[in-house]
Ligand binder design. Sequence first.
Ligand code: ATP
Length: 226
Amino acid sequence: MDIIFSDCSVRYGERTALEPLSLRIEGARLGVIGLNGSGKTTFARLINGLSLPSTGRVTVNGIETSAEPERARTEAGFVFQNPQNQLIMPVVEEDIMFGLRARGLKACAAEERAAEALARFGIEALARRRVHELSGGELQLAAMASVWALRPRILVLDEPTNQLDLRNRRRVIDAIDAMPEDAVVVTHDLSFAAHMPRLLLFHGGRLLADGAPDETIARYHEIAGC
Ligand SMILES: Nc1ncnc2c1ncn2[C@@H]1O[C@H](COP(=O)(O)OP(=O)(O)OP(=O)(O)O)[C@@H](O)[C@H]1O
């Protein structure tokens, strides 16, 4: 991936969610950590144009999000913190197909692509299951499959292991590790974060640390005071 933040800030009225940030992100994996409300989701949403900067600009693989938000959303797919808010169709396979059909794929091509996505995340057995019956881990995998099926070159995952038991956490981490696409992962799961080649720490809307996981996590413990 090649993501460039150029003097980019986000304000909501009087509140500054992200202080001016200039940063370049390359490579296949990036982790993002920080306390609640520190600006991680704000940062992540900027990557695919879900949020647009109040000042400055963000380019994602050469696409400026403010100028071409639709293209930015195709380039970078976003998997939300609460997957139940993301899956809109009643049945898993239908949800995957829905996004593909909305992108103009014919039914048979969409079916093929949905089957491929289910296989990629090892959830073929969930194809005909009703979304509201799924466990947290199953939901997370289904949401990832649904976004992955759209073939974004980058996946932005907001707390993908949140609320998962040990086994589902492992499944989700393994699925992310095995994805050939680039990924930006926002997480409170420090042992997962420790495996990222580069880790960012946000604090009060500012980028406080950017580097190897050991150093970034040590800094996080310092500011958290525990
Ligand atoms: N739409 C919005 N309107 C007003 N303020 C917002 C909005 N979205 C986020 N904020 C504020 O911006 C700040 C950063 O929020 P953000 O969601 O980026 O934090 P976070 O680090 O992802 O937190 P968490 O770990 O709790 O998910 C917070 O103070 C939040 O209240």
